[in-house]
Ligand binder design. Structure first.
Ligand code: ATP
Ligand code: MG
Length: 874
C-alpha cells in the first residue's frame, strides 16, 4: 500500500467511526509560552483537555505535523543515526473529548492495524502502565482487561512511568498510556530472541508505532496530579513508522515517503545509499531535515538568530554540514529538493506547494551564507592547527572548539572529525565545560518560575468585549504568581475584559483595574492558548471584589490607527507591486507599524511614493470599517480574504474590510471606525529582512505629523546656517562649486610645495661607497605625498637610499626607500630598517624590502629618527 493510501485509510477508518477530520495545526506554535513547536497531535487540543474550551467535535481524527527538536521531546541527535526517529514527522491521531474512553480506543486501534492494514498479529505487542507508588498511581487494570480480550496475555507488557505515562510538558494534561510495538526482525532472529524481550529496548527493528493515551490528570506546577473534569483519549501513531511496517521495510527511509528524495541525492552526489554507514547517515539526515525546514518555513518561521528561528537554522546547518562532509556538496543543494517536497506533500499539506519558490529561495540563501561561514571556520581551524604544530602541540582546546561552535556554528563532531583527519585530538571535556558555562549564563538570564493558578471563581470561558468597549465591570477569575529575578509579578484572568491580548502582530493593551480602594496598572496583556492573561505588578488587596477594567484609550487609539493603516498598506502594496505580495509578519504598536512581505527586489522611490499616495488617498476617503464576526471561513475566502500560512483559523472567522473592493482581511485586531482617523501615513524605511522578504516601517497620525515637523525644522536649521538664502538649493550648489575650486587650488599649491621640497632634498644626497644616501626631516600634507616624494627621489637618483622622517598632517611618519641593487649588495631591508626607526616615534610599520613606511604617536621623536639613521648609515 502506498504512503498516501495508508494516510487516507486512517482518516476514513475513523470517519466511519463517527470522527470529524480536522487539518493539521501549524507546526510553529503561537500563543503558548510553554512550547515553540507542535510536538504532538494533542497540542492543538490542549485547551479542550484543560477544560478552557469546549471541543467543537467530541470525536476527531487528524494527521499532525510534529517537530521534536527542542524542549521535552528532542530527538535531533538520533535523527539520521537511527532509522525511525525524525525531526519532523506526521502523527496520525484519533481523539475523544469526554466521549469514548479506553475500550473503544483499544478495540479500534487493534481493528485498524490487524484487519484493515493487515499487520500480522504475532508481530505486535502492547504495553500497559504498571503503576507508580511514588505518585500514588495504580496499575492500569482497565486497559489490561480490555487488551486481554483481544491479545494473548503473553503479548501484554507492563511498562514503567517512563514509557507508559504520557506528559506533554512539565505541566498540563497527562495520563497512563498503552503503546503498540511491532517486531520487524527477520524470522531467524525472532527464533533466537523473543520480541517481547526487546520491546522498549531501543532495538531498531522492534519499535513503538502507536501510543494510546488516556488523559486523566492535569500536572500542576508543584508536581502534583489533579483529576481532569472529563476524561479523554489522545492517540498518536507515527505515520512514517506505520508505512514502514505495512510496506515491510527495515527502515523508515526505505519507504516511498523518502525514496524519491534519496534517489535524487544519489544522482546528484554520485554516491549510493546503502554502501557506507557514514554516507548513509548523511543521506538520512538530509532527506529528513529538508522536510522539517520546508514545513516550518511554510508555516511562517524563517531561520534566524534566536528562539524558534535559531532552531530551524541549526537543523538546516546540520543538513548542510552532513551534505558537505559526506556527500561532497560544496555549494547549495538542499533547496533543489523543494520541487520534490511540493510534489510529494503538496496534496495533504498544500502550504509547501503554494510557497515552493519562496521556501527554496530562503533555503538557498541560508545555505550560501552557512557555506561561507563553514569556509571561514575551516580556514580558522587550519591556522589553529599550524599554530599548534609550531608549538609542537597536538590537542585542540575545548575553548577553541567551543568558539568554533559558537561563532561559526561548527558542531563538536565536525571539529573533532577535521582534527582527527590531520592527527590532532580534541579536548571534549573542555568543550562540555564551556558549553555548560554558556548554558548557565543564559539560564540565569531567563529564569522565572510560574506558579499554579489560584481559582477565585468558577471558570466559564473569557468574554472579550474590547471590540466594542474600552471599559467593563469585571471579576478576577484566577491569578498566579510569577517569580522573576527582579521580584514577583502577577497574572490575572478576568471573566470579562476589554483588554486586547497580543496577537496577529498587534501588541497587548495596557491600562488599569480600578476599584474604590485602588488602581492597579495592567502593564501588558498576552494570550495563553485561548486565555487572556493580564500582567500586573501587584495583586489587589481584595481580589474577589468587582473591578472596572479600563484600557488606556489614548494608547489604544494609536494602535488602532497603525493596525488599520497596515491593512491599507497591504492592499496598496498588492496594487503597486503585484499579487505575489503576501504578509510575512507584522508588528503594530502605539509608535509604528512594521510589515514584512514577500517581494524579491528593493522597492524604488517611485513605488514607495505611489504606495504612500494610495494609502493617504484611502485615508482621506474616510472609509467606514466593515467588521463581520463569525463568518464561516469558506465564505470569508469568497469575499477575497487571504488566509495567512502558519495561522490557525477556526471554522468561523472575523473579517475586516475597508471598502470590500480594496482591503479584505481575516483579522482579530482592533481597528478605527473610519480611515480618516488615521490622519496621515508615512513610510520611514524599506529594507530586506531575509531573502525574498522586504520590511516596511511606517508611522501614522501624531507620529507622522511629528516626523514632518522634525523634517521641517531640520530644513529651517540648514536655512539658518546658510544665512537664509532665498533659494536653498542654489545656495548649497554654489557652496559646493566654490569648495571644489578651492580644493583644486590647494592641490596645485601642494604640488608646487612638494617640488620645492624635492629640489632642496636632491642637493642633500651624500655618497657613501656605491650608495647615495639621504636622511632628512620633512613636512607634508598627506601620506600620498610622502610616498610620491620617496619614489621620485629613488627614480631620479642612482643607487639611492632615502630615509624621510615626516610630519604628515601633524602625525609622525617614516618612509624608507632604496634601490633594489642595495638589497643584495648591502643586505639592507626597508621593512626591517623602518621598524627599527619607528621605535623613536612609538610606532610600527612595514612593507617590502625596497620600500616601507611606519606611523607613530610621538611627533617629537622625528629628530631622533634622523639622528639614528644618520648614525647608522652615514
Ligand atoms: P520513542 O520512544 O520511539 O521515541 P515516543 O515515546 O517518544 O517514541 P510518543 O511521544 O508516544 O513517542 O509519540 C507517539 C508516536 O509518534 C510514537 O508511537 C511513534 O510512532 C511516533 N514518534 C515519536 N517520535 C517520533 C520521531 N522522532 N520520529 C518519528 N515518529 C515518532
Ligand atoms: Mg521519543
Amino acid at each position: 500500500m502506498e504512503a498516501k493510501k495508508i494516510r487516507s485509510t486512517f482518516i476514513e477508518f475513523f470517519q466511519s467511526k463517527g470522527h470529524h477530520f480536522v487539518p493539521s495545526a501549524p507546526i510553529v506554535v503561537k500563543n503558548d509560552p510553554t512550547l515553540m513547536f507542535t510536538n504532538a497531535g494533542m497540542n492543538q487540543f490542549k485547551d479542550a483537555f484543560l477544560g478552557n474550551e469546549i471541543a467543537k467535535y467530541p470525536r476527531v481524527a487528524n494527521s499532525q505535523k510534529c517537530l521534536r527538536v527542542s524542549g521535552k521531546h528532542n530527538d535531533l541527535e538520533e535523527v539520521g543515526v537511527d532509522t525511525y526517529h525524525h525531526t519532523m514527522f506526521e502523527m496520525l491521531g484519533n481523539w475523544s473529548f469526554g466521549n469514548y474512553f479506553k475500550k473503544e480506543a483499544i478495540d479500534w486501534a487493534w481493528e485498524l492495524l490487524t484487519e484493515v492494514y493487515k499487520l500480522p498479529k504475532d508481530r505486535l505487542y502492547v504495553s500497559v502502565f504498571e503503576g507508580d507508588p511514588s505518585e500514588n498511581l495504580e496499575m492500569d487494570q482497565e486497559a489490561y482487561d480490555f487488551w486481554k480480550n483481544i491479545v494473548p496475555e503473553d503479548r501484554i507488557i507492563m511498562g514503567s512511568k517512563k514509557d507508559n505515562f504520557w506528559e506533554m510538558g512539565d505541566t498540563g494534561p497527562c495520563g497512563p498510556c498503552s503503546e503498540i510495538h511491532i517486531d520487524l526482525r527477520l524470522e531467524n532472529e525472532i527464533a533466537q530472541t523473543p520480541g517481547r524481550e526487546l520491546v522498549n529496548q531501543d532495538h531498531p527493528q522492534v519499535i513503538e508505532i502507536w501510543n494510546l493515551v488516556f488523559m486523566q490528570f492535569n500536572r500542576l506546577a508543584d508536581g502534583s496530579l489533579k483529576e481532569l473534569p472529563a476524561k479523554h483519549v489522545d492517540t498518536g501513531m507515527g505515520f512514517e513508522r506505520l508505512v514502514r511496517a505495512i510496506q515491510g521495510k527495515s527502515s523508515n527511509y526505505d519507504t516511498d515517503i523518502f525514496t524519491p528524495f534519496i534517489s535524487y541525492l544519489e544522482k546528484k552526489s554520485g554516491k549510493n545509499y546503502g554502501e557506507n554507514e557514514q554516507t548513509d547517515i548523511a543521506f538520512r539526515v538530509v532527506v529528513d531535515h529538508i522536510r522539517a525546514i520546508s514545513f516550518t518555513i511554510a508555516d511562517g518561521q524563517l531561520p534566524s538568530n534566536n528562539k524558534a528561528g535559531y532552531v530551524i537554522r541549526r537543523i538546516l546547518r546540520r543538513a548542510v554540514r552532513y551534505g558537505y562532509t559526506f556527500l561532497g556538496f560544496q555549494s547549495p543543494f538542499l533547496y533543489e529538493l523543494c520541487p520534490l517536497m511540493a510534489e510529494h506533500f503538496g496534496d495533504i499539506f498544500p502550504e509547501v506547494r503554494q510557497q515552493q519558490d519562496f521556501i527554496a529561495k530562503v533555503i538557498q540563501e541560508e545555505e550560501s551564507s552557512f557555506l561561507r561561514t563553514l569556509d571561514n571556520g575551516l580556514k580558522m581551524l587550519a591556522s589553529i592547527k599550524t599554530e599548534l604544530s609550531e608549538k609542537g602541540e597536538k590537542v585542540i582546546s575545548g575553548k577553541t572548539a567551543f568558539e568554533l561552535y559558537d561563532t561559526y556554528g561548527f558542531p563538536l563532531d565536525l571539529t573533532s572529525l577535521i582534527a582527527r583527519e590531520s592527527g590532532f585530538s580534541l579536548d571534549e571535556k573542555g568543550f562540555e565545560v564551556e558549553m555548560e558555562k554558556q548554558k548557565n549564563r543564559s539560564r540565569a538570564a531567563s529564569e522565572s518560575e510560574t506558579g499554579d493558578w489560584v481559582m477565585l471563581e468558577e471558570e466559564v470561558g473569557v468574554d472579550f468585549v474590547g471590540y466594542d468597549f474600552l471599559e467593563s465591570q469585571s471579576q478576577i477569575v484566577k491569578y498566579r504568581t510569577v517569580k522573576e529575578k527582579k521580584g514577583e509579578k502577577y497574572q490575572l484572568v478576568l471573566d470579562k475584559t476589554p483588554f486586547y491580548a497580543e496577537s496577529g502582530g498587534q501588541v497587548g493593551d495596557t491600562g488599569w483595574l480600578v476599584s474604590d480602594e485602588e488602581k492597579i496598572r495592567v502593564v501588558d496583556t498576552k494570550k495563553e492558548n485561548d486565555l487572556i492573561v493580564h500582567f500586573v505588578e501587584k495583586l489587589p488587596i481584595n481580589p474577589r471584589i468587582p473591578f472596572t477594567a479600563r484600557v488606556d484609550a489614548a494608547e489604544r487609539q494609536l494602535i488602532m490607527n497603525n493596525h488599520s493603516a497596515t491593512h491599507l498598506l497591504h492592499a496598496a502594496l498588492r496594487e503597486v507591486l503585484g499579487e505575489h505580495v503576501q504578509q510575512r509578519g507584522s508588528l503594530v504598536n502605539e509608535r509604528l507599524l512594521r510589515f514584512d512581505f514577500s517581494h524579491f527586489s528593493k522597492m524604488t522611490d517611485a513605488e514607495i511614493q505611489w504606495v504612500e499616495e494610495i494609502v493617504n488617498r484611502k485615508i482621506r476617503e474616510n472609509i467606514a470599517l466593515g467588521e463581520k464576526r463569525n463568518v464561516p471561513i469558506e465564505e470569508a475566502k469568497k469575499m477575497g480574504a487571504m488566509a495567512l500560512f502558519g495561522e490557525k483559523y477556526g471554522d468561523f472567522v472575523r473579517v475586516i474590510t475597508f471598502d470590500p473592493s480594496f482591503s479584505v482581511e481575516l483579522c482579530g485586531g482592533t481597528h478605527v471606525p473610519h480611515t480618516g482617523q488615521i490622519g496621515f501615513f508615512k513610510i520611514i524605511s524599506e529594507g530586506s529582512v531575509a531573502s525574498g522578504v522586504r520590511r516596511i516601517e511606517a508611522i501614522t497620525s501624531v507620529a507622522a505629523e511629528k516626523y514632518l515637523r522634525d523634517q521641517e525644522s531640520l530644513l529651517k536649521e540648514v536655512q539658518d546656517l546658510l544665512k537664509n538664502p532665498k533659494d536653498i538649493r542654489k545656495a548649497i550648489e554654489s557652496l559646493l562649486t566654490e569648495r571644489n575650486e578651492l580644493k583644486k587650488d590647494l592641490e596645485a599649491l601642494h604640488l608646487e610645495k612638494a617640488a620645492q621640497v624635492k629640489k632642496g632634498l636632491l642637493s642633500q644626497f651624500v655618497d657613501q661607497g656605491d650608495a647615495r644616501i639621504l636622511v632628512a626631516q620633512v613636512e607634508l600634507p598627506n601620506a600620498d605625498a610622502l610616498k610620491k616624494l620617496a619614489y621620485e627621489l629613488k627614480n631620479e637618483v642612482e643607487n639611492a637610499f632615502v630615509v624621510l622622517a615626516a610630519a604628515v598632517d601633524g602625525k609622525p611618519q617614516i618612509a624608507v626607500i632604496l634601490d633594489e641593487s642595495l638589497i643584495d649588495s648591502k643586505g639592507w631591508n626597508a621593512g626591517t630598517i623602518v621598524r627599527d626607526l619607528a621605535k623613536e616615534i612609538q610606532g610600527g610599520g612595514g612593507g617590502q624590502a625596497f620600500f616601507a613606511t611606519a606611523g607613530g604617536k610621538n611627533l617629537q621623536g622625528l629628530p631622533n629618527v634622523v639622528q639614528k639613521a644618520k648614525e647608522q648609515f652615514l
